[in-house]
Ligand binder design. Structure first.
Ligand SMILES: Nc1nc2c(ncn2[C@@H]2O[C@H](COP(=O)(O)OP(=O)(O)O)[C@@H](O)[C@H]2O)c(=O)[nH]1
Ligand SMILES: [Mg+2]
Length: 256
């Protein structure tokens, strides 16, 4: 059983992904406590050879690599769902292809809260950790979205959208099986369900830097995300969200 699955959703990431994979491989190679580990890249209908670029990276012993392909672009949430459902790790790290949070922040997540908690990398708690800020319109979009999330669904959580989170493996796979949102609001659905099912959520300040060439399209994706938040809130109010499935005991007790 892998101790760690690193799931990387990737849309047109042929350029950014190879150095990211190399960095993760180098980091995990020096961290035997995380091995064996698996890297799962989900190519979400990219047109630039992302899957081939991921498959071409050499992977040393102790690490496995899987590349999942969606024939058509379905959204970050859909890609994360596919990656989580294919994972085997005792813990799952969800990580963006541009490694906006450096991979060494995994140790920061792992050291915060219990291993049965969802550990949420956050840019909102300690702004001094942000090496390069987003353009101010993106920052404002993010803050507004998170304000709505706190008011409607997740009181107390200040940044649901950072692409760096650590899930207990069984919980992550159960959440992915229940997840319905395919777009960028999927983080909110996963966290909302996790809390509802009784899992502790721990928000952890992590280092982060803005990296250019975003795949996010402000108008289209903001509208989609607000629609998905509303849908989730209505489902919660109507009591039609899926109940917690029986979860096995967490595997392996050797990692904090
Ligand atoms: N699967 C999938 N992943 C996406 C999509 N759009 C963005 N991503 C991935 O989501 C992560 C964050 O995207 P990025 O463009 O860095 O967003 P930003 O940092 O919020 O501006 C990266 O790993 C992207 O490859 C999409 O439509 N499908
Ligand atoms: Mg990014």
């Amino acid at each position: 059983m892998a101790r760690l699955s690193v799931v990387i959703p990737a849309f047109n990431e042929a350029e950014r992904l190879p150095p990211t994979l190399q960095e993760i491989i180098r980091y995990l190679g020096a961290m035997p406590e995380w091995l064996p580990a698996e890297l799962i890249v989900v190519d979400d209908g990219s047109l630039d050879g992302t899957a081939e670029a991921a498959a071409a990276i050499e992977v040393p012993g102790g690490l496995a690599r899987a590349v999942i392909r969606h024939p058509r672009n379905r959204g970050k949430g859909a890609a994360v769902r596919s990656g989580f459902l294919e994972s085997h790790g005792a813990q799952i790290l969800l990580c963006d292809a541009d490694l906006a949070s450096p991979i060494d922040q995994l140790a920061v997540l792992a050291a915060s809260g219990a291993r049965d908690a969802v550990r949420i990398g956050s840019r909102a708690l300690d702004r001094s950790l942000i090496a390069i800020r987003q353009p101010s319109y993106r920052d404002l979009m993010g803050r507004t979205f998170n304000l709505a999330v706190r008011a409607l669904l997740l009181p107390g959580i200040h940044d649901t959208q950072c692409g760096f989170k650590l899930f207990p493996g069984h919980l992550g796979r159960a959440l992915a099986a229940a997840q319905r949102i395919d777009g960028f609001a999927f983080d909110v659905e996963l966290l909302f369900l996790a809390r509802r099912w009784g899992a502790p959520l721990v928000e952890v300040p992590v280092c982060w830097r803005h990296i250019e060439a975003s795949r996010v399209r402000p108008i289209k994706h903001s509208a989609q995300m607000l629609r998905d938040l509303t849908w989730l809130r209505l489902r919660a109010a109507a009591g039609t969200l899926p109940p917690a499935p029986p979860l096995p005991q967490p595997e392996g007790r050797d990692r904090g």
